[in-house]
Each structure stands twice: as structure tokens, then as C-alpha cells.
Design a protein around this ligand. Structure first.
Ligand SMILES: C[S@@+](CC[C@H](N)C(=O)[O-])C[C@H]1O[C@@H](n2cnc3c(N)ncnc32)[C@H](O)[C@@H]1O
Length: 368
């Protein structure tokens, strides 16, 4: 009990927990890297930001973070913890959404069987309304409420809005339906407003994390790094002090299949595997993956200088490691390279994918 209280005794710690995401950096590790390699006011860049752990850690230590993330789930988490709306506005918006839910009765009843077994009727209508109404890309109140909904969308029955599920990983719909039916598990009858109000109140109870000048961009880092460079040149802020990132690992996950329910809430179709488009191949085909890593770090190299540190956590398996190592070696020939091996202790990018056969170590590559 004491441990739990201590763990969440400040606003910074409460907001850091947003939200469940594969392969996220442990927050203590991120805090340590930021402290070790940067000073207050420095710029920290993460082109593969995920749920923005690195950028958030930079922010609460008075650095300026610039993150880029392709997956909207990670981006919404990042926006929520970097730029949350006020508690009052989020609570008001929650009630507004609930009041509109009756209009979405038909849309909610027409959802595939998976949704009927995953969420009670009340919850389903509420979620369909939130999906239709929240302008999460544009309005702080909407990305904040959406971020908090994404956290609790699925998980253990008594801790989430769903029937029994994992919190990090969206299960395949057929598998989940079979599993619930075999166990006679029906969706829990939850009042979504009461449930979310108590979670919102807990999140805000210690206040908000300190105001931020950090940014998290939604999109492909290959496009956005060009804009970031222009901005940093114009505002005379180059070079970036620390590049702190973990790119995807080849052949492990594309971050979309395993987040398909959360992506549905953000407006994607109600089925997995339908949301990745042209980016799919970059996560699994060697040539495409190599090109992603090379192009990204080439653009990153233009933002760095002699005093910059590049800190990359990656997979120690041969193809991903070799690609990352040789790219970094070629692009930063004057920097000294060192390695820290990270044995599999808890949940890594590979173990989380639920494939124990490919459980491997990770390695940090540091260039100074
Ligand atoms: C290993 S995860 C990063 C996790 C992150 N360190 C955290 O703490 O949450 C890699 C991330 O890169 C993102 N990604 C992959 N390709 C991308 C691209 N072209 N542009 C931006 N982000 C990309 C994936 O969606 C994924 O979230």
C-alpha cells in the first residue's frame, strides 16, 4: 500500500502512466538517460516516440522535447500527458458525450459480435458516441478525454470498460469471442460516466504536470523531421542535444494490429489489420525496414552537432541490430560508440508481442 501511494504521489508520476503501449521505455530508465545526457533547456528529439515516454521525461525535467509518432494511439497518449485540458472541461465533455449517446443506438447495435460481447450496451453506445464526436486531433479537451478513454478501454473486468481482456494488447476478435463464450463471460454492466469520472478525479488529484514547451507530432518521421529542421533552424535552436529513441524492431509488431480496438475508438474500422496501409511493409520486409532506419537517421544527423548524444535502444537480434549499428556508424563517424546490453527482465518489445519463441535481449547503442 505504501509503495503504491509513493508511486503516485505527484502529478508527474500520475500522468506518466498514460497509457498502455508496447515496447514503452520504463519511466525510470527514461528519466536517467535525460538526466545523464542533458541540461535544463536542452532539446531532446525522439522520432519514434511511441507513447512519448522520452519526451514527457524531458519535459518534466525542464528540457524541450520534440517527438514524432506514426501511431495515433501513441500520439494521443503523448498529447494527453504533455498538453492536458483542465479537469473541469474534461468532466463537462464527458457528460456532453453521455447525453448524446441515445442518438447512436442503432450504430452501436450494428457493431460486429466482438463489440457486443466486449462492452455492455451502455458502454458501447457511449463509446460509439465518443468515437463520432471527439475531435481528438484538434481540441485539448477532446484529446485528453480520448487519451483517458484509451487507457481504460480494455483490460481486467473490474479495472476497465470491457469484458475480461489484456490491457496492453488487443486480442484477435474471433479468439476473444470464443474465449468469452467458453467461460460464459458477459460484458460487465458499467455506468461509463461514473467509471470515467472516478478515473479522471484520480488522475487530476495531484494537479497537472508542469507546463510544457514540448511537442509531439503525428505522422511519419521522414516527413516531419524536415519540418522540425526548418523550425529549429529558424528559431536558432540547433543542434539537438540528445536524440533518444527506440525504432521499431524488424518483424516483431507493427503497433497497429495489437492496438486495433483503441484504433477503432479513434475512428478506424471495427476490425484489425485494416489501418496500416503502405506502412505495413516497413515493419517486416528487410529492405523496407533498412530504408526506414537509414532515411530517418540521415535526417536526424542533420539536426545534431559535435556535442550531441545519440541514444538508441534496439533489438539485439541480428538483422535489426546490424542495420541500426551500421547506419549509425556510417552517419556519425566521428562519435565514439558504446553499448549497454539489456537482458530480458520484464516486458520488452518482443516478449509483449506474446511470442515467447522470439524473446530476446535488447541493446542500447550510445554515440557521444
Ligand atoms: C519501440 S516503439 C517506441 C516506444 C517508445 N520508446 C515509448 O516509450 O513508448 C517504436 C515506435 O515507432 C513508431 N514508428 C514506426 N515507424 C514510424 C515512422 N515512420 N514515423 C514515426 N513513428 C514511427 C511505432 O508506431 C512505434 O510506436
Amino acid at each position: 500500500m505504501i509503495v503504491a501511494e509513493h508511486k503516485f504521489d505527484t502529478a508527474e508520476k500520475r500522468w506518466a502512466g498514460i497509457g498502455p503501449y508496447y515496447a514503452m521505455f520504463p519511466t525510470k530508465f527514461a528519466d536517467k538517460v535525460i538526466t545523464q545526457y542533458t541540461n535544463e533547456g536542452d532539446i531532446v528529439l525522439d522520432p519514434f516516440a511511441g507513447r512519448a515516454t522520452s519526451i514527457y521525461s524531458a519535459t518534466i525535467q525542464n528540457r524541450i522535447g520534440i517527438g514524432i509518432e506514426l501511431n495515433p494511439v501513441g500520439w494521443v497518449y503523448g498529447k494527453t500527458k504533455l498538453h492536458p485540458a483542465s479537469q473541469n472541461n474534461v468532466e463537462k465533455r464527458l457528460l456532453e458525450i453521455a447525453q448524446m449517446a441515445e442518438r447512436y443506438r442503432e450504430a452501436s447495435d450494428n457493431l460486429p459480435e466482438f463489440f457486443q460481447l466486449c462492452f455492455s450496451q451502455n458502454v458501447r453506445r457511449f463509446l460509439v458516441t465518443a468515437r463520432a464526436q471527439l475531435k481528438w486531433k484538434q481540441k485539448a479537451v477532446d484529446w485528453t478525454l480520448m487519451g483517458l478513454l484509451l487507457v481504460y478501454l480494455h483490460g481486467k473486468r473490474d479495472q476497465s470498460l470491457s469484458n475480461q481482456m489484456r490491457q496492453t494488447k488487443s486480442m484477435a476478435p474471433d479468439y476473444a469471442v470464443r474465449w468469452w463464450k467458453e467461460r460464459n463471460l458477459v460484458p460487465p454492466e458499467i455506468d461509463p460516466v461514473c467509471f470515467m469520472l472516478s478515473r479522471i478525479q484520480w488522475r487530476y488529484a495531484k494537479g497537472l504536470p508542469s507546463a510544457t514547451r514540448s511537442q509531439i507530432h503525428l505522422g511519419d518521421c521522414n516527413n516531419i523531421l524536415v519540418k522540425v529542421r526548418k523550425h529549429l533552424v529558424t528559431s536558432n535552436k540547433l543542434p539537438v542535444r540528445l536524440v533518444f529513441t527506440s525504432p521499431p524492431y524488424c518483424g516483431v509488431t507493427n503497433y497497429h494490429y495489437d492496438q486495433w480496438i483503441r484504433l477503432w475508438l479513434l475512428g478506424y474500422p471495427p476490425a484489425p489489420n485494416s489501418s496500416l496501409g503502405k506502412n505495413r511493409e516497413r515493419f517486416q520486409i528487410h529492405g523496407e525496414y533498412k530504408s526506414l532506419i537509414e532515411k530517418t537517421f540521415r535526417k536526424v544527423a542533420f539536426l545534431t552537432g559535435r556535442g550531441s548524444v545519440i541514444y538508441v535502444r534496439t533489438d539485439s537480434r541480428k538483422f535489426t541490430f546490424d542495420t541500426t549499428y551500421s547506419t549509425l556508424k556510417q552517419l556519425f563517424p566521428t562519435k565514439r560508440m558504446s553499448f549497454v546490453e539489456q537482458p530480458v527482465l520484464g516486458n520488452t518489445q518482443t516478449t509483449l508481442f506474446d511470442n515467447t519463441a522470439i524473446k530476446t535481449d535488447e541493446v542500447d547503442i550510445i554515440l557521444k
